[in-house]
Design a protein around this ligand. Structure first.
Ligand code: GCO
Ligand code: MN
Ligand code: MN
Length: 383
């Protein structure tokens, strides 16, 4: 089994993931901060394909123009020397106190204008470094109390912002797509467009829906108690799976951002199997961070672990698809499968008149226990 990542695997990490210094609401950082250039080298050592960033992961919010130029030059040189790519970029619209009530949906119109201003500059920066995907995670776009904001008005503000930014990208002639990243809560009490399904419905109301897709994240759907694979599959089927954030998360807990596959192995398996089976060709972005117990050796182990687990599960998916016992059960389960007849008045009348043996339908056993147990044994390495 070859578990060495290659560029074709499209494994990427954000500067904020391997660069996470281990601060949490209860404790100070446990790792010293590395510069963006140092982080590029850490990622190159682990075999990643690309590095993503928020504008301020790279250029501090109060940097002067000449500082910005120097930072971009140094970063570009690090990318060139390591062959790392920047496939995706995003805006930090959550850290600065100006965004305490949200960015595009803030009640203060000056904040909304500043959010557009900051995002246009951040888009320019991302495009300058080669990004073709732009992620929007609305971390502060929400409320603690519904007394404070009209939720329908908030959605309208969101729409105005996306229509503005799509027009900006088109006007600049950038080759850039947008991916919305839903999350149900944290840091706000409730965040708007909380799930992949909500984002998909919203996209169809935009001026340029063809430019906009989703960036689902494992942890975010799990925080809402939802089936992540089903959300991903719906996005894929709608042609909207533009990007994906891989990590892991125990249900019912705080926002954990654990190493991919470290909690729900079977869920991770079916996700990888789906992405590989359908031929998803986008980035596999690990939006996670190392345990707070780790030093930078541990951070590298964390990054390598995300990629290795993905590759192991990809190989397991290949075995699952080739396994004769599993395939025989699938053939049995799907026997007699035929597409539904197209509607015609005659077809409908014939279907209405058709007799059904309801008791026989209900009596048919389905070998799902066997199929799932075979899956478990294959994953446990005893098959
Ligand atoms: C989170 C989010 C973020 C975003 C990032 C890119 O829970 O904090 O997942 O990590 O993915 O801001 O937009
Ligand atoms: Mn997240
Ligand atoms: Mn994310």
């Amino acid at each position: 089994m070859n578990l060495t990542p290659t560029p074709a695997d499209k494994f990427t990490f954000g500067l904020w993931t391997v660069g996470n210094p281990g601060r949490d609401p209860f404790g100070e950082p446990v790792r010293h901060k590395l510069s963006p250039v140092e982080l590029v080298h850490v990622l190159a050592e682990t075999g990643a394909y690309g590095v993503n960033f928020h504008d301020n992961d790279l250029v501090p919010i109060d940097a002067t123009l000449s500082e910005r130029s120097q930072i971009v030059r140094d970063f570009r040189a690090a990318l060139e020397s390591t062959s790392l790519k920047v496939p995706m970029a995003t805006t930090n619209l959550f850290n600065d106190p100006a965004f305490k009530d949200g960015a595009f949906t803030a009640n203060d119109p000056q904040v909304r204008a500043y959010a557009l201003h900051k995002t246009m500059h951040a888009i320019d920066l991302g495009v300058e470094l080669g990004a073709e995907m732009y992620v929007f995670w609305g971390g502060r776009e929400g409320v603690e109390s519904d007394a404070t904001k009209n939720p329908a008005e908030a959605i309208k503000r969101f729409r105005d912002a996306f229509n503005f930014l799509c027009a900006y990208v088109r006007d600049q002639g950038y080759n850039l797509k947008f991916a919305l990243e839903p999350k149900p809560n944290e840091p706000r009490g409730d965040i708007y467009l909380a799930t992949v399904g909500a984002a998909l419905a919203f996209i169809n109301t935009l001026d340029h829906p063809e430019m906009v897709g989703v960036n689902p994240e494992v942890a975010h759907e799990h925080m809402a108690g939802l089936n992540f694979l089903h959300a991903v599959a719906q996005a894929w089927e709608a042609g909207k799976l533009f990007h994906i954030d891989l990590n892991d998360q125990a249900f019912g807990r705080y926002d954990q951002d654990f190493r991919f596959g470290s909690v729900n192995l079977k869920t991770a398996f079916f996700l990888v199997k789906f992405l590989e089976d359908v031929g998803y060709s986008g980035m596999r972005h690990f939006d996670a961070h190392a345990y707070r117990t780790e030093d930078y050796e541990g951070v590298k182990a964390f990054a390598r672990g995300c990629m290795r687990t993905y590759l192991v599960l990809k190989e397991k998916a290949r075995q699952w698809n080739a396994d004769p016992d599993i395939q025989a059960l699938l053939a049995e389960i799907n026997a007699g499968d035929q597409s539904a007849p197209a509607y015609s008045r005659e077809a409908a009348a014939a279907l209405k008149a058709r007799p059904f043996d309801r008791a026989a339908l209900g009596a048919r056993g389905l070998p799902y226990e066997q199929l799932d147990q075979l899956t478990v044994e294959l994953l446990l390495g005893v098959k």
